[in-house]
Write a protein that binds this ligand. Structure first.
Ligand code: FAD
Ligand code: NAP
Length: 878
């Protein structure tokens, strides 16, 4: 499939024929050219600029630097290249990074395959020839088999969207298109519009030159000091000691920088400890450190995030002397990290200078630009020059600027993306064969160290082209199902992050009329890499490959169906290579569970935890009571733990009980019941019922509100809870207001598809369930409704909330129970949780995607208890 680059003249125009066309000659385009050439492909790069560099060619504004440390923001594909280049600073300046990219281009002799000053203006897939035809602004069009857009996520500046720019009599500059000769602002009155990373870098230096600087700020950003200087020893030393290990760690990390994420939660740290961590991150002057190393809940939980945001706001006030200006510079409209934070070098201190003013556009919006300057709703500011630091049409801007890009059937990509970009892996688009996007929407891209993400994408694409060539295929194309699955996975990941809560260029909110939605992949660089590798290892899952003479292959499907955190937890468990629990014997399995529980996050504080003893059916049983921090009395939930009637105790679901207590604002009494094999059926349900009676009899003493109890249980505990409701109905009470059944066992007599769909691999396996059953009761007992509540009489039972998980052998019997309850006239609600596994809901502070489900459980309990949504009782914040 490799072919010699050639030009041929057609009747209407000149067309250059190549294997692969690459658009862009920044980090991505350069590495692509190198790899393609090494692999023997004829490749041509097309670049609108006059030289290499991309971002670093265009953004020459004063103060432009990287904000990922240069040890990390470099190519890593060639150790010899790494040895040949020395960065002078922790954060290199734009000229140095541009020199570096020029050095790379020279070292691998890349410029000879780049057509500079050439913009690709349109691209059309030709079904007949199975090739793309690229229209260009200069020189011949390009016919290519593969079209790779390395056109940049932040390369298309967005228009300023302010009336009157053309009327302005002074000089106008755009940070992303800065004049090569530089600009001298000496003696000038200058306006800067925009306070994102570009503005925050440029403002201090412009202020030093200008006679007067007026900064027009619409939204303040979080920023903290870069502490630029020599490269810090703590980065350089490990790199020097183990280059390969350091780079591997970066590739498998969250953000492409080898820093471990904090594991302690904010609520496990004292104020002093939190402050200490913050001060450490502040002193480090590192974006990724500040974003990941404070506490585990800073990025996904509003409360944890607010603690970090407050400390950053305090920092602003400590630098800016005028309180009104300080307040205006302090962000309040978005969680820290949901918008890209900035590293600053003298930015806040600049506002202490006598020649600098801040105009808060939230109080006085710009009305127009006039010949003399800028008119807001309150005043006119006359200036000699305006600098637009107003940002980019990010992620999709450069792609859609090639117009049209038409794929199969003449469909244009802007039509396909009308409601936001759709991709498979952020690399390909269904209906657009052999189109590849480097760091496209749906990949980690701008939420990572781009150098790492670019290399990963380039390697993946070129490796696939090599594989295709070896297998005799010439085209590859994502399937619609794979793309839809990826879109869902993106949404699952996005739900875990706070990016969705801010109006930013990540979400398209900075460009009027642009479709909204978080565009980059928020699941992290390492997990993303493993997914891309999985696609290949699973036979190019989600791709249709075809070749000459009708050769073809399509392995359709979705690459990630689990929730992202479930996938991660199951991956970690798989790596432990544990023996099956059922092979450990009951005592061994109990020890294993205790060990496992000792390593989990401890659960959040509640008002009070009390251990006690109650009367079971055949003797005393332990219980643990969780009381809310709010004034009582509270409704009481009697809770039955999971563990297959064999494992666990009143404390083994401790984090889940704490969570239920906090969210529902109810007392949760987690009760023991006797376990098999020592005490086989009917010990467990008889104890379950006895415990309910005891709690009802002692409700007032326990601090309970008068009235019916509620019951809840997970797994085998869900089975006990369901059975207890039936026994309470049949044995004359006590009254139960509602039942919460989480992944319950309801039927021991039959197997449904979920038993075979999820037979292996999701922790609760089919063989583990068989083992539990065998220990618990004889086959003949399984038709007893106290074993299989689904086989019991279901009318007259309390309202139910039944939770099932997609990847759980017990899924279908839970659904069957809910449906049967409904058919028997019992008010029932179901939560069929997609992408979750059997343990998801009890793994509090581990499986964050289960938070929403637990919130719904708490709401259901409140409804059962007659507490209205207006919050007669305050609920714990999520
Ligand atoms: P780019 O460097 O944007 O190159 C794309 C090239 O494609 C451009 O030269 C453009 O002219 C060309 N092009 C686009 N469309 C066409 C077309 N139709 N025809 C022909 N040519 C076209 N990321 C980090 O990880 N760390 C940082 O510290 C960092 N700092 C940044 C600072 C600034 C000021 C900006 C704007 C971005 C920064 N980024 C940073 C993101 C940065 O864009 C990437 O790190 C990286 O440089 C992107 O490389 P690229 O090759 O993918 O795209
Ligand atoms: P940006 O973050 O989008 O910031 C643009 C700024 O302009 C915002 O303050 C925005 O306000 C304001 N703005 C836009 N349109 C406006 C209008 N019509 N009127 C008034 N104000 C307006 O863009 P950026 O600063 O160029 O940075 C973009 C990204 O590039 C960064 O997030 C970063 O990833 C990268 N970058 C990195 C560095 C670095 O330090 N290495 C430097 C520069 C850029 P609103 O917020 O209200 O929209």
């Amino acid at each position: 499939m490799s072919e010699v680059k050639a030009s041929e003249t057609t009747s209407s125009s000149t067309v250059q024929h190549v294997d692969i066309a690459v658009v862009g000659a920044g980090f991505a385009g350069l590495y692509l050219l190198h790899r393609l050439r090494q692999a023997g492909f004829a490749a041509q790069a097309l670049e609108a600029a006059d030289d290499v560099g991309g971002t670093w060619y265009w953004n020459r504004y004063p103060g432009a630097r990287c904000d990922i440390q240069t040890t990390d923001y470099s190519f890593t594909f060639d150790p010899a290249l790494e040895a040949a280049w020395q960065w002078s600073e922790k954060y290199a300046t734009q000229p140095e990074i541009l020199r570096y990219l020029g050095f790379v281009a020279d070292r691998y002799d890349l410029r000879r395959d780049i057509r500079f000053g050439t913009r690709v203006t349109a691209a059309r897939w030709n079904e007949a020839t199975q090739r793309w035809l690229l229209t260009t602004s200069a020189g011949p069009s390009v016919s290519c088999r593969c079209y790779v857009m390395a056109s940049g996520c932040l390369s298309e500046p967005k228009p300023p969207e302010i009336d009157g720019v053309a009327d302005f009599a002074g000089d106008v500059y755009v940070t992303g298109r800065w004049p090569h000769a530089g600009v001298d602002f000496t003696g000038k009155r200058v306006a800067v519009i925009g306070t994102g990373s570009s503005g925050i870098q440029a403002i201090p230096l412009i202020a030093q030159q200008a006679a007067h600087l007026t900064v027009f700020q619409r939204t303040p950003n979080f920023a903290f000091p870069a502490h630029n200087g020599p490269q810090p020893a703590e980065r350089v030393a490990p790199l020097a000691q183990d280059l390969a290990g350091y780079r591997t760690q970066a590739r498998m990390s969250l953000a492409g920088v080898p820093l471990e994420r904090a594991t302690e939660f904010s609520w496990q740290l004292s104020d002093a400890e939190r402050r200490q961590r913050f001060e450490r991150a502040l002193a480090a002057g590192d974006l990724v450190a500040m974003l990941t190393q404070l506490w585990a809940d800073q990025g996904g939980d509003l409360d944890g995030n607010a603690l970090a945001s407050d400390l950053l706001r305090e920092y602003v006030r400590s630098v800016v002397k005028d309180p009104t200006t300080a307040e205006a510079l302090t962000p309040h409209d978005h969680p820290f990290g949901s918008k890209r934070p900035c590293l600053e070098t003298g930015y806040y201190a600049t506002f202490n200078r006598p020649n600098v003013d801040l105009v808060n556009l939230r109080q006085e919006p710009i009305e127009a630009i006039t010949a003399a300057g800028i008119r807001t709703s309150r005043r006119t500011v006359d200036v000699d020059a305006i600098v637009f630091a107003t940002g980019f049409d990010a992620m999709t801007g450069a792609i859609l600027a090639v117009h049209p890009i038409t794929g199969r059937g003449g469909r244009s990509i802007d039509t396909v993306w009308a409601n936001g970009p759709q991709t498979y892996l952020g690399l390909t688009v269904a209906g657009f064969p052999n189109l590849f996007l480097i760091t496209g929407p749906g990949s980690p891209s701008v939420l990572s160290n781009m150098a790492v993400s670019i290399e990963q994408h380039v390697d993946w694409v070129v490796d696939r082209l090599i594989d295709m060539r070896a297998a005799g295929f010439s085209t590859m194309e994502a399937t619609e199902a794979a793309q839809a699955g990826w879109t869902r996975h993106l949404a699952d990941c996005t739900a875990l992050s706070l990016h969705r809560l801010a109006n930013t260029w990540y979400t398209g909110a900075n460009v009027p009329g642009k479709a909204r939605g978080v565009m980059p992949y928020t699941g992290g660089v390492g997990p993303y890499r493993t997914i891309c590798d999985d696609v290949v290892n699973r036979g190019m899952l989600g791709f249709r490959l075809s070749g000459p003479n009708g050769a073809g292959q399509c392995n359709d499907g979705e690459i990630v169906r689990l929730q992202p955190d479930v996938r991660m937890v199951l991956g970690m468990l798989a790596e432990l290579n544990l023996p099956p629990i059922e092979s450990m014997g009951a005592a061994g399995a109990r020890g294993f569970l205790a060990q496992l529980n000792a390593t989990r996050p401890p659960g959040r504080p509640v008002g009070e935890v009390v251990d006690g003893t109650l009367d079971g059916a055949a003797g005393p049983l332990a219980y643990r009571l969780y009381r809310p921090a709010t004034p009582g009395p509270h409704p009481i939930v009697v809770y039955y733990h999971g563990g297959g009637w064999v494992l666990g105790d009143a404390q083994s679901d401790d984090p889940f009980c704490r969570d239920l207590c906090r969210r529902s604002n109810m007392i949760v009494v987690s009760v023991d019941y006797r376990h098999a094999p020592e005490h086989r059926f009917p010990a467990a349900p008889e104890d379950g019922y006895a415990a309910l009676r005891w709690v009802a009899d002692h409700a007032a003493a326990l601090g309970g509100r008068p009235g019916p109890l509620l019951v809840a249980g997970w797994s085998a505990g869900g089975n006990i809870a369901a059975v207890t409701c039936q026994l309470a109905r049949d044995r004359g009470g006590p009254a139960i207001a509602g039942q919460l059944l989480v992944c319950p066992v309801t039927d021991g007599t039959s197997e449904r598809p979920s038993y075979s769909d999820n037979a292996t691999g999701y922790f609760l396996t089919r063989s583990l369930m068989y083992w539990f059953w065998d220990l618990y009761c004889a086959p003949a007992d399984r038709s007893d409704p106290r074993v299989s509540p689904l086989l019991g009489r279901l009318d007259g039972l309390p309202p139910a909330f039944v939770v099932t998980a997609e990847f759980d052998p017990l899924r279908d019997e839970g659904i069957a129970y809910a449906e049967a309850l409904g058919a028997a006239g019992v008010p029932v609600e179901q939560l069929q949780a997609h992408g979750q596994f059997h343990s998801s809901f009890t793994m509090v502070d581990v499986i964050a995607t289960a938070v929403g489900g637990r919130e719904k459980m708490a709401q259901a309990l409140q409804r059962f208890a007659g507490i209205d949504e207006s919050g007669a009782l305050p609920r714990a914040a999520e």
